[in-house]
Design a protein around this ligand. Structure first.
Ligand SMILES: NC(=O)c1ccc[n+]([C@@H]2O[C@H](COP(=O)([O-])OP(=O)(O)OC[C@H]3O[C@@H](n4cnc5c(N)ncnc54)[C@H](O)[C@@H]3O)[C@@H](O)[C@H]2O)c1
Length: 705
């Protein structure tokens, strides 16, 4: 976990806990022992504490949060105390990332020497916490109140270079940080410099109260639903108003208070869920992915253009193929316009724009893409058109090329059969706008090769997407669930709620957008199209006709200027429209429903549990690998509030027994649909097993035996 080398009078103590030197129990123990040895060694006059190129230390081992590991002695505070009280000066040599507990450790050292390329942060707020090992008290003493508040309340990474010149760093180097720290250590030994303590530094700021008041308001306005960011400001405020030890105690008590909040639980769940999503049970990490050097996208429409941008942004050459010249030109022009928007916002330089455009190669001929390693089809959602394209791809693409489809609703296994290489076929379901949305559903067909799957998961990461594996089914994970959510929203309109009430209730819960605003944005015609198919496939299934009535009037949403709301030219504000209320009232009359008042709590629970129940069905069918994958789909693709953890986590928090009881209440409502609220078998089993995953594990064991 550590190695120590003596260089003259200096002990170089290196942390070795790859990949990021997280401060788990074993490293903490080793650190204290190594420090003790260096202090005891009469030949040592100073100690250089160093990590490696990737990381000085990325901080606490978050896996220990859910066990009692982080409290096991020596805990981080004890390690920090050992460093701070060392009778021989300790110099932190900072390279790579230095975050969270890692930065708190460096702050307790007597001196800090940093590589210019190092990156520092106190990101605890992103897990619903504040730094809990002195970070909120020491950092402001070195970088000043304002910078500390910004860093701690945002959790963002700051390049060390930007803080060069502040007392945070005693020296900075463009070269080897260990060598620079050694030279620095020799110098302070020669000069017999006293080892200063950060805790002894005075923190003064003119009119600190006024600034902190402003900071609290500013932070509160961007952290709706999350208690931690404002608490970060409170903790830093203690560094100004209280002596050091009292400030530490304040920090500790806020940390403890936050540790048990549902929001911190949800954010930590999301953190682990995102990492878990990239793992596929039967695809071992040793499987060698195929090399992806060139990509092709078929169709330069809404999705194709956005998909191509992802690759250009990651520096991967991408060909864009269309049938017609004008469609191709239009597609390329839209991409350029998108990039120009980024240039205007200062997010991209004009030179980078040209670099990216140069990576996108427009073409009308399949021969031009034959050598690409991955091709993603994004043509019209029509099985006939897809067939044509895949037969053509099968003919021209080189052996080993991966053939992906962006279809939202069509059967991937059927598409695979259009080729003589179903193993190479996979679904890559991007979300609109494809250049912005994080989520990518990777759809695994019956025949999809494991190496194909591993390759696509890898490339997804490269282009900055959060990929979740889904099996083949209508709508995959996200849209299959959203259909039930919207169905439930419509039933509530029939029963007495208004469009605005439904949207507002779930937006207050934290969703970015309610179901009706979402429909207006995505286009209500999409759902209409799907419903028409459902009426034929499942004639028994209950559907509200209100949305159809709206579509019959051409109210498809923002693109037609009206939908569930009306829109004024050039603006996106959703304005309530009495015509919609009239349509709803007429439908209630036809159904003989006397409207009743629905509470916001009923609205929220019905929408959420519609998602949860369908999610449980997906898990039971093995379409989703694990409950947390479903949460990730909703957090990254559907505007589910991250501090609620996703529909499966949230339900688990409420108690699955209570969730099922609530569903029974809804089934018994006047006009309730008992069929809709029949708990998925896996949900029922999960009540007994204690969790979705425990119930799903039984499913896996059974299906294996
Ligand atoms: N729009 C969305 O929100 C969304 C989201 C996820 C997935 N999808 C899926 O992505 C695919 C494309 O959707 P879109 O919204 O971009 O459609 P679109 O109509 O905007 O674009 C389709 C493009 O494909 C081109 N095209 C048609 N036939 C072709 C062929 N044989 N060869 C080459 N190009 C051809 C068309 O000229 C058009 O430019 C569909 O399968 C759709 O279901 C769409």
């Amino acid at each position: 976990m550590t190695t120590t080398q003596r260089r003259g009078a200096i002990a170089v103590l290196r942390m070795k806990n790859p990949p990021l030197n997280s401060l788990g129990l074993a490293l903490r123990k080793a650190l204290v022992a190594a420090l003790d040895r260096a202090v005891a060694d009469k030949k040592v006059r100073a100690i250089v504490l160093v990590g490696d190129e990737r990381a000085f230390s990325a901080g606490a081992d978050i896996r220990e949060f859910s066990s009692s590991g982080s409290n096991m002695e020596p805990n981080l505070l004890a390690v920090i105390g050992t460093v701070e009280r060392s009778p021989k000066p300790v110099i932190a040599a900072i390279s790579g990332v230095c975050m969270g507990g890692g930065l708190e450790l460096a702050l307790a050292c007597h001196f800090r020497v940093a590589a210019e390329s190092a990156r520092i942060a106190l990101p605890e707020v992103k897990l619903g916490l504040i730094p809990g090992a002195g970070g909120t008290q020491r950092l402001p003493r070195l970088v000043g109140l304002e910078t500390a508040v910004n860093m701690i309340a945002s959790g963002n990474i700051v390049p060390a270079k930007r803080l060069g010149g502040t007392p945070l760093f005693d020296a900075m180097t463009a070269d080897d940080v260990t060598a620079a720290a050694l030279a620095f250590a020799n110098k302070i030994v020669d000069e017999k410099r006293v080892a200063p303590l950060v805790r002894d530094r005075k923190l003064s700021y003119p009119q600190a109260d006024a600034f902190l008041h402003f900071a609290r308001n500013a932070v509160a306005s961007v952290s709706r639903g999350m208690p931690a960011p404002v608490k970060c400001v409170d903790a830093v405020a203690a560094a100004v108003s209280q002596p050091f030890e009292a400030g530490l105690a304040t920090e500790r008590s806020i940390f403890r208070e936050l540790m048990v909040t549902p929001e911190a639980g949800a954010l930590q769940h999301a953190f682990f869920a995102e990492r878990a999503a990239s793992k596929i049970a039967d695809v071992p990490e040793r499987i060698k992915p195929r090399a992806i050097k060139q990509v092709a996208v078929i169709g330069a429409g809404t999705m194709g253009g956005g998909i191509a941008m992802n690759f250009a942004n990651a520096g991967i050459p991408v060909a864009l193929l269309e049938v017609k010249k004008d469609a191709l030109e239009r597609g390329i022009a839209t991409i350029r316009k998108n990039y120009e928007g980024n240039v205007k916002k200062g997010k991209l330089t004009a030179a980078k724009l040209e670099e990216r455009m140069a990576l996108i190669r427009p073409t009308l001929r399949y021969e031009d893409i034959a050598k690409c390693d991955l091709v993603i089809e994004a043509v019209f959602e029509d099985i006939g058109v897809k067939e044509q394209v895949f037969r053509q791809l099968d003919k021209v693409m080189k052996k080993g090329a991966i053939l992906a489809t962006n279809t939202s609703t069509l059967d991937i296994d059927r598409i695979a059969k259009f080729t003589r290489r179903p193993k190479d076929v996979i679904g890559t379901h991007f979300f609109s706008p494809a250049n912005i949305m994080k989520l990518l559903e990777v759809v695994r067909g019956k025949a999809t090769g494991k190496d194909v799957l591993a390759t696509v998961m890898g490339i997804a990461k490269k282009i900055g997407k959060t990929a979740v594996v889904s099996g083949v089914c209508d709508g995959f994970i996200g849209n299959r669930m959203v259909e039930q959510y919207v169905r439930q929203g419509l039933f509530m309109l029939e029963e007495g709620a208004s469009v605005q009430q439904v949207d507002k209730a779930i937006e207050k819960f934290g969703f970015a957008m309610g179901p009706f605003r979402m429909g207006d944005l995505a286009g209500n015609d999409i759902g209409w199209h799907i419903r028409k198919r459902r009426y034929i496939e499942h004639p028994q299934m209950k559907y509200s006709k209100i949305a159809d009535k709206l579509c019959e009037l051409g109210r498809f949403g923002q693109k037609t200027g009206s939908g569930w709301y009306r829109y004024e030219a050039g603006r996106r504000d959703a304005i309530a429209d009495p015509i919609v209320d009239e349509i709803i009232a007429a439908e209630r009359k036809t159904l003989g429903i006397k409207p009743r008042k629905l509470t916001d709590a009923e609205i929220v629970d019905r929408l959420l549990y519609a998602l949860t129940n369908e999610g449980a069905a997906l898990l039971g069918e093995g379409i989703a690998q694990r409950a947390s994958d479903i949460d990730i789909v909703y957090l990254t693709g559907y505007g589910f509030p991250v501090y609620r953890g996703g529909p499966m986590f949230y339900a688990q928090q409420q108690g699955l027994f209570n969730v099922v009881r609530r569903m029974q209440e809804f089934a018994a409502n006047p006009h309730g649909d008992p069929k809709f609220w029949r708990p998925a078998p896996l949900l029922q089993r999960a009540v007994v097993a204690g969790s979705f995953d425990a119930a799903a594990a039984k499913r896996t064991r059974r299906s294996r035996s």
